[in-house]
Design a protein around this ligand. Structure first.
Ligand SMILES: [Cu+2]
Length: 143
């Protein structure tokens, strides 16, 4: 029986790699928007609904855009009646689940926009996931 185990041990990693390749497109984003910035405002926030259509967890690890100096992933939290924000180095999406980035919760913190953002403008942001998947998303600027 020992040789059979050896065969299975060799097969399983190959099957896993195949599944990863076909499921990589299984993350979608909807309702992506960025809050309008008053002139001189050095930061704003981006919101969206992420949906993981795959059967594996997916992990958002970074967001980048040529329109901002820096983008970090934040979460608004309330502790002992005080509201603040904390940096989230990564956000895990559970299999077959959606996760909202919304006021009062997760958001993309967008620092130092290179131009004033007005309602109706479009902002392109690339979302980077663990494993190398990059998802370009067009965010609409809203009031
Ligand atoms: Cu923030």
């Amino acid at each position: 029986m020992r040789w059979r185990h050896a065969v299975f041990a060799g097969l399983i990693p190959a099957l896993t790699a195949l599944a990863a390749a076909t499921e990589d497109a299984g993350i979608s984003v909807r309702d992506a928007w960025v809050r309008e910035t008053p002139p001189g405002m050095a930061m704003t926030a981006g919101y969206m609904v992420l949906q993981n259509k795959t059967s594996r967890p997916q992990v958002l690890v970074a967001a980048r855009s040529s329109g901002f100096q820096t983008i970090t992933i934040h979460r608004s939290i309330t502790k002992q009646g005080m509201t603040g924000m904390e940096h989230s180095p990564q956000v895990e999406l559970l299999p077959h689940a959606s996760l909202p980035f919304a006021p009062g919760g997760y958001h993309l913190m967008l620092l130092n926009p290179k131009r004033t953002l007005r309602a109706g403008d479009r902002v392109d942001i690339r979302l980077e996931f663990r494993g190398g998947l990059v998802l370009p998303v067009a965010f609409e600027v809203r009031k």
